[in-house]
Design a protein around this ligand. Structure first.
Ligand code: MSP
Length: 638
């Protein structure tokens, strides 16, 4: 019999300069869900990706002097690396610039036009470029975007419209007949009362004022509205409106679209209406999760209060961060990312509870039985409570996970971990060890401890895949599937090594200082005292040239200085630069730098320097200005 299917998606992310921990939150949750369902025997399709078109991207790329595609390629590579780092097990990554997606979106647009659900007219209203959202006058809040509070732009252009207004009744009926379609229920009420009941207006679905989008095939001065393009990803990724739609036939409709609460509107009004217009089945559920907030506000780059997931993972480990995200915040609600809470979770839950349980069990097994657990015979008083709790925890964790209650599921698993720790204090293995006749009982106690660890770890696998796999491999058992999380799976006799703590306790003071520095809003730079204005002739008196670093070494008896030999195209030069605290020689060799080539020679620590390498003062650090590798040595810079 074929497995039941489970299709879960995250939003596709805008390629902003850097994804922050708030973005990671949704993807980590989707990943835990996908892993859980795979363990439960589902054939899972887990989709994520990037949403790369739109006015915003076009503008940023223009400002940076690159093409939009060049701009997004670079950032999307970073997004994929972040998901790899976080052990995200997505089955597919879609880019809206993928050729197959663009073609399918064009077909979807054509089909909606052919059916009369898209028509041509003129748009006049307000547009929020950061949100890529249209607003009517009465939807604005104090004249600003009601979602992000930023300035909106008056827009007037010939446009195509989608007949959204025709779908209000059918949407309400669908919500009514499918009470689980929108969760949590607060999101559903908001959609009905704030958006559908006041009246749906037809949606402007094409733009002519910029080019970075999917062109309308039959009228190519128009590009397709980015949200139509983006929402379609959920079906184009499966091959719908493409050459091979077998995945679409297999996995659609989606079981869950997981999205942040501010984009529930697009997923529960616009998206279902488009699907209705195309005569396609609707997703089974749209789950709107809360935001991770910092100091009372949503994290955002413009506020300068973003927390970098790469730095957090490097410092505390990927699984500690995954655990924290899913444990600390009830999934539907907003949650405060607080430094204290992160440190507390790591020290209390991971180091103390989980880490200690394993460490204590391993060290007792080594102390009392030389690392090899012998067969056990007897059973004692608290055993029954522990074994039945393990069964109860599994059942409850399943119930919570089936309702996306990650935090409750983890709290449940921790009941077993805490109970096992208490079991050590109750059974007092150190007393049993004193009496030869108690050896079989002692062996039973240790068996029960390792069995609790094994079961807890199976249940933890969707949340902390690396840690759980590591612990399970130490137990030398192949009973690691979800259905193996029942008492008695561990062999009666087994051997294990002693290992270092999985989660060493971290120093609260040091880590608070580190995190405060990382999460503090970075104030905008104060205007510095600028040097007096100069004329172009005065600037032109500086001879700036591209120089290739041929070799580089530290200067003895100096902490700060590096000696470099650079190629200027027509000659080589020796230059001394005070950057040894920031670069090692091998980070510079082969690079192209900017040399002030007509600076009078000077001696630094007795070493001659013929020129100066340009660098930026970046806070406490110094960063060399590197040029692209393909710029020939000696090129003039002006
Ligand atoms: N591109 C659209 C989604 C299109 S889906 C067809 C988009 N992209 S986004 O990059 O701005 O946001 C992606 C997701 O990250 C959203 O679900 C958003 O809610 C989520 N988050 C962004 N900041 C967040 C927090 N601070 N906390 C939790 N989630 C947050 O919207």
């Amino acid at each position: 019999m074929s497995k039941p299917t489970f299709y879960i998606t995250t939003p596709i992310y805008y390629p902003s300069d850097k994804l922050h921990i708030g973005h990671a939150y949704c993807t980590v949750a989707a990943d835990a869900m996908a892993r859980y369902k795979r363990m439960r025997g589902y054939d899972v399709m887990f989709l994520t990706g990037s949403d790369e078109h739109g006015q915003k991207i076009e503008r940023i790329a223009t400002e940076k002097g690159v093409t939009p595609k060049e701009y997004v390629d670079d950032i999307v590579a970073g997004i994929r690396e972040l998901w790899k780092l976080l052990n995200i097990s997505n089955d597919k990554f879609i880019r809206t610039t993928d050729d197959y997606h663009e073609k399918a979106v064009q077909k979807i647009f054509e089909e909606l036009y052919r059916r009369g659900d898209i028509y041509k007219s003129e748009y006049e209203g307000w547009y929020c470029t950061p949100c890529e959202a249209f607003w009517t006058e009465h939807q604005l809040k104090n004249g600003k975007c009601p979602d992000c509070g930023r300035e909106v732009e008056r827009t007037r252009e010939e446009s195509y419209f989608f007949r959204l207004s025709a779908y209000a009744d059918r949407l309400l009926q669908y919500y009514e007949e499918n009470p689980d379609f929108i969760e949590p229920v607060s999101c559903k009420n908001e959609m009905i009362n704030n958006f559908i009941k006041p009246g749906l207006e037809d949606l402007c679905v094409s733009r002519t004022s910029f080019r970075w989008g999917v062109p309308v095939t039959f009228d190519d001065k128009h590009v397709i509205y980015v949200w139509i393009d983006a929402l379609s990803n959920y079906i184009t990724a499966l091959g719908a409106f493409g050459e091979d739609d077998s995945l679409f036939r297999k996995y659609w409709p989606a079981d869950i679209h997981l999205v942040g609460k501010e984009i529930v509107r697009f997923h529960t009004i616009i998206w279902p209406a488009i699907l209705m217009a195309l005569d396609l089945p609707l997703p089974k559920k749209v789950f709107g999760h809360g935001w991770l907030v910092l100091d009372g506000g949503k994290m955002s780059k413009s506020k300068g209060n973003v927390v970098d997931p790469v730095k957090l993972c490097a410092r505390y480990g990927v699984d500690a961060i995954r655990y924290f995200l899913l444990r600390e915040i009830p999934f539907g609600a907003d949650g405060l990312f607080s430094n204290e809470a992160l440190i507390h979770r790591i020290n209390s839950d991971l180091a103390n509870d989980l880490g200690n349980l394993i460490k204590r069990s391993e060290s007792m097994l080594h102390k009392y039985f030389g690392g090899r657990l012998p067969a056990q015979q007897t059973s004692g008083a608290p055993d029954e409570e522990l074994t039945s709790l393990a069964g109860e925890v599994k059942k409850n964790a399943e119930g919570f996970l089936d309702h996306m209650e990650f935090s409750n599921a983890l709290a449940e698993i921790w009941r077993l971990i805490s109970r096992a720790n208490k079991y050590i204090d109750e059974t007092q293995p150190w007393i049993l060890a004193k009496n030869e006749a108690d050896a079989p009982r002692l062996a039973r106690v240790l068996y029960n401890l390792f069995e609790s660890v094994r079961i807890a770890n199976i249940l933890l696998t969707p949340f902390m895949p690396e840690t759980a796999a590591l612990i399970l491999s130490r137990l030398g058992t192949d009973k690691t599937g979800w259905d193996d999380a029942v008492w008695g799976g561990l062999p009666q006799e087994f051997t294990t090594e002693q290992h270092d703590s999985l989660f060493p306790r971290i120093d609260v003071e040091t880590e608070m200082a580190y995190l405060s520095e990382m999460t503090a809003p970075k104030p905008a730079m104060k205007k510095p005292e600028l040097a007096p204005t100069i004329g172009i002739e005065q600037f032109a008196a500086s001879e700036l040239r591209a120089a290739k670093v041929l070799s580089c070494e530290k200067i003895e008896k100096s902490d700060k200085l590096l000696k470099l030999t650079v190629d200027l195209g027509w000659e080589t030069r020796q230059v001394v630069s005070g950057i040894a605290n920031f670069y090692t020689p091998d980070q510079l060799v082969g690079k192209t730098v900017v040399l002030v080539a007509n600076l009078a020679p000077a001696k630094l620590r007795g070493v001659e320097s013929n020129g100066m390498i340009l660098a930026a003062d970046a806070g406490k650090e110094v960063r060399v200005v590197f040029l692209p590798d393909d710029i020939p040595a000696g090129s003039k810079i002006r």
